[in-house]
Structure formats: C-alpha cells, structure tokens
Design a protein around this ligand. Structure first.
Ligand code: SF4
Ligand code: SF4
Length: 149
C-alpha cells in the first residue's frame, strides 16, 4: 500500500517564530557553531541565551529565530539544527491526539491538508520511526553533562 506524503515543508518560516521556544543543550552547540564557522563559545554568546539551565536560541526584533534565513525561509544550521526542529511536525502531541494534529495542520502549511490523522500516524511509523519525546525541555534537562573523557 502506498502511503500518502503527509508533510512537505513550504519554508514559510512560521514555526521558527516565537521567543524562547527552541532549546538546545550546551553539549549540542558544537554542530551549529561549526556550520556557522564559529567557536562554540562565540556561537553560545552570540546566538543563544541561558534559560532554565539550558540555552534557547535568540530571536530578532520581530521574534524570528536568528538561525532563520528570512528571505528564503531556510535554516542556517539545517544539518545540525536542534532536535525539536528536526522532529517537527512529528511531535508527541499531533501523533497522539487527533485535535492537536488538526491544530498543527492549521498552523503549518507544510502539513498536507487532505492527509488524515491516521495517515499522519502511519507515515510516521513507516518513514520516521523515531519516537518523539513528550517534553523536549525535560529530555534536555535529563541529559548528562559531557564528562570530558
Ligand atoms: S510552518 Fe511548516 S511549512 Fe512553514 S517552515 Fe515550519 S515546517 Fe515548514
Ligand atoms: S534552528 Fe532553524 S529550524 Fe529551528 S527554529 Fe531556528 S531557524 Fe527554525
């Protein structure tokens, strides 16, 4: 049985809008720093701010993530973007609650309007597989600090 494509990002950048919503653990800063040609310290200093013991990506005055190329709607650190950015739209909420899925569809033009919740869940099972956490903040908080060994 062919499974309908349920998601194709339209690069509108809307999910990259909102202050303080994207968390990364300091240990995950090396990838984005490398992609930007910065040291880890410079990346953390320039593009993140401490929040609840983690780092959140800074936003511009209009509230868009500083990693967003506004003109093209693309992410400057796409190859190593935070896990929550990589997982979208296959989040715990839409995968487990039909109403949340419909809300996500209304907010994200990349979610195919004709696709049903059942198709969305099945697409995730077959093509993505990885189970999303129920809380990204929690999983980052639970990560052990790098021992440096
Ligand atoms: S809101 Fe949806 S379509 Fe727009 S950039 Fe985000 S994932 Fe892509
Ligand atoms: S890191 Fe990239 S994908 Fe994530 S919110 Fe920022 S611009 Fe969007």
């Amino acid at each position: 049985m062919t499974i309908r494509t349920v998601f194709e990002c339209r690069c509108c950048g809307e999910c990259c809008h909102g202050k303080g919503g994207i968390y990364i653990h300091p240990r995950d800063a090396a990838g984005p720093a490398r992609l930007l040609g910065l040291t880890v310290e410079a990346f953390i200093d320039e593009y993140t701010e401490p929040q609840y013991g983690l780092l959140s990506l800074k936003t511009d005055p209009e509230g868009y993530c500083l990693m967003l190329e506004r003109r093209r709607g693309t992410c400057r650190i796409h190859e190593d973007k935070p896990r929550m950015c990589r997982d979208w739209p296959f989040f715990h909420g839409p995968l487990n609650d039909r109403d949340v899925y419909e809300e996500a569809k209304a907010a994200c033009p990349g979610l195919v309007p004709e696709a049903t919740w059942e198709e969305f869940v099945e697409y995730h099972r077959v093509h993505v597989g990885r189970r999303p956490p129920s809380d990204y903040f929690d999983i980052h908080q639970q990560e052990e600090p790098d021992s440096g060994d």
